[in-house]
Write a protein that binds this ligand. Structure first.
Ligand code: GLV
Ligand code: MN
Ligand code: MN
Length: 434
């Protein structure tokens, strides 16, 4: 009798995976050794071109959807197995980086997924469902949190896309067009229910827990809801030397007072709530000019959508309160909150069983970072695998995951994909939004 495919001793080629990871880490390197590779930037374009080449060398097909997500499949293996029309098991992550970011957040999942698909294709592993790789566009939200997967999950209207401005003040529509994108095609992206048999993402933990506990594999239990947007105080620009302190409408001081109110808002919302202001801009930006306007970009998160919604209204109230007391105007523009997600029990069991069968230690762990998997969970059963981050460092050039940890994670991903793509049953209960 032919052994069940999940019993085959199939492993990734660890050296090939680590070499790919090193290669991808060359695109967008800055003078501090960090990575500047926002989606649709020239560095992102070069990375995509290289990645496309790696896929094609392996006999895989790459398509790019309307919003810039890359979709990689193995048409030959799919048609040989007669499964081409069935809903796939998706796996992937992102290759864009935060400003001055690291080499591992995203690329580990993308390149491990590619390595898994390559091994399945090379060995012509008989599957009951296609396994396909996805490289999500703009996960890091230079333009909008989880842009590519939000389009897949909910669609993004043309007017909303046209309004998006990037971190550097560029209009998404301009940068996207310069990278070859078409806004009308982007607005058409939305996957129908039933298009995802299951989805799994391998990612670095980005925190210290696995390393501190000496555990090799994290089985993610859930992902936080994420909200954010821009708070803009409008005061009056005046001379820094001649305007007395009492009559001023200093937008920078209002912004500072507002920022100082945020830790208490988070603390009042409970232990899991976090609020961050990583971008502050004062205008017109002269040391001898009182700021006439000041903008603060806010990011807030909690596992519960209700708490995230409450954070948004408390932050709005704090901004209005500061503006009223100081005689300034304020405007607030929030992005739609990306709901959190519980990871699917069936996918979690497949990950845990694979880690056990390979003799790796594993533990359940929540994710405080956002991931495209939270959007995928609205379309089908979804799970995530974490591997340790050295010193818990991430979103920094100091980000690192040891090669053996990366390879272990990739082997758990491969085993999990085989389990999910060879199961008889069809999942009907998609991941449950928290
Ligand atoms: C992505 O890394 C995020 O959590 O914002
Ligand atoms: Mn990431
Ligand atoms: Mn990140």
């Amino acid at each position: 009798m032919t052994p069940a495919p999940e019993a085959l001793p199939l492993f990734v080629d660890g050296s090939r995976l680590i070499a790919d990871l090193e290669h991808l880490g060359r695109f967008g390197v800055n003078s501090e050794g960090g990575i500047d590779r926002a989606s649709f930037s020239p560095a992102d374009g070069q990375a995509r071109e290289w990645l496309t080449g790696r896929c094609e060398e392996a006999g895989l097909r790459v398509e790019v959807d309307g919003i810039g997500n890359m979709l990689v499949s193995s048409p030959e293996s799919e048609s040989e197995s007669g499964i081409a029309g069935l809903a796939p098991v998706w796996t992937g992550s992102h290759i864009d980086a935060v400003p001055n970011g690291g080499r591992f957040d995203g690329p580990v999942g993308v390149l491990a997924s590619l390595e898994c698909l390559r091994r399945l294709h090379e060995e012509r592993v008989p599957l009951r469902r296609p396994v396909r790789v996805i490289v999500y566009a703009d996960e890091e939200g230079n333009y909008a949190h989880l842009l590519g997967s939000s389009a897949i999950s909910r669609g993004i209207a043309m007017e909303d896309l046209a309004r998006i401005v990037g971190r550097d003040g560029d209009r998404f529509s301009d940068t996207f067009a310069a990278a070859g994108g078409d806004l009308a095609a982007a607005a058409r992206v939305r996957w129908r229910p039933g298009s995802v048999h299951a989805s799994v993402e391998l990612h670095i933990e980005q925190g210290p827990v696995l390393e501190q506990r000496g555990v090799q594999i994290g089985v993610v239990t859930g992902i936080v809801a994420i909200g954010g947007g821009t708070v803009r105080f409008l005061g009056r620009a005046d001379h820094a030397g001649t305007t007395p302190m009492h009559g001023r409408k200093d937008a920078a001081v209002a912004a500072a007072e507002f920022i100082l109110a945020l830790p208490d808002i988070a603390a009042d919302a409970g232990d899991t709530a976090v609020v961050t202001t990583g971008i502050i801009r004062a205008e017109p930006g002269g040391s001898n000019v009182i700021a006439g306007a000041a903008e603060v970009v806010v990011d807030f998160r909690d596992p519960s959508l209700d708490t995230a919604t409450m954070l948004e209204s408390h932050i709005t109230a704090a901004a209005s309160d500061v503006a009223r007391r100081r005689g300034l105007e304020v405007s607030v523009q929030w992005e739609e909150i990306v709901p959190g997600a519980r990871m699917d029990d069936g996918v979690r069991s497949a990950i845990t069983a694979t880690a056990d069968s390979l003799g790796f230690s594993a533990m359940d762990i929540p994710s405080g970072a956002g991931h495209d998997s939270q959007n995928m969970s609205t379309l089908g059963p979804t799970g995530m695998i974490f591997v340790p981050s050295v010193g818990g460092r991430s979103h920094s050039p100091a980000e690192r995951t040891a090669a053996p940890d990366t390879v272990r994670g990739a082997n758990v991903l491969l085993g999990t994909l085989i389990r999910l793509a060879t199961r008889e049953e069809r999942y009907e209960n998609g991941g449950t939004p928290a």
